[in-house]
Write a protein that binds this ligand. Sequence first.
Ligand code: AMP
Length: 214
Amino acid sequence: MDTRNYQIVFLGPQGSGKGTQAEKLAVILNLPVIATGDMYRREAAKLTILGEKISWYMHQGKLVPDDITNALITKRLGQPDCRRGFILDGYPRTIAQAQALAEVTKLTHVMLIDISDAAALVRIAGRVMCQCGATYHLKFNPPIERGVCDKCGQRLAVRKDDQQELALRQRLKIYHQEIDPIIARYEGAGILHRINGERLIEDVHRDVLALFSQ
Ligand code: AMP
């Protein structure tokens, strides 16, 4: 595997498996994964004014405002571990975020992990996660020991915003409203790769990897 400076984005609806694919690719390319959802879950758990504000948006299934998100990402991408490249998961999610990102970096690859809404809803229904950020699916990607994280041994739980049907549908609706201009932008730049996400994790991973092994 070569060690060029890759600046990668994973796009896709909730439940598409983009987080799982981002993590698998990160191990091979030895790059940090920057997942805004994980960053926000950590922030929301803090008893700060910002934490409470973020928690409010998350529980409604709404996006945290762009100014907060862009500032968070710009700061994170400036850290030393991103010098060799990075993988973004869950950002950009609006065209304003894509514009802000273009001001601080030049992306090399955008992966669109495509699945239908029907498949997304089925997948989210079985999703469990750990406080450490690891995610599993009871059917498609189960932990070795039921209810326990393979990576750190803590107990797994269903994400709060996955439990609420209304918030979930709202998240999918927002995804569709926002994603088309983002896709058009990256397609125009010739860096978009569409990948069928309605397959086994390893099959999707093989297609992702093929883009980096030439
Ligand atoms: P996720 O784990 O990616 O589904 O994100 C969970 C929640 O975090 C979202 O529903 C939003 O409230 C918030 N969030 C994550 N990424 C972003 C983003 N790029 N822009 C705004 N809000 C975000």
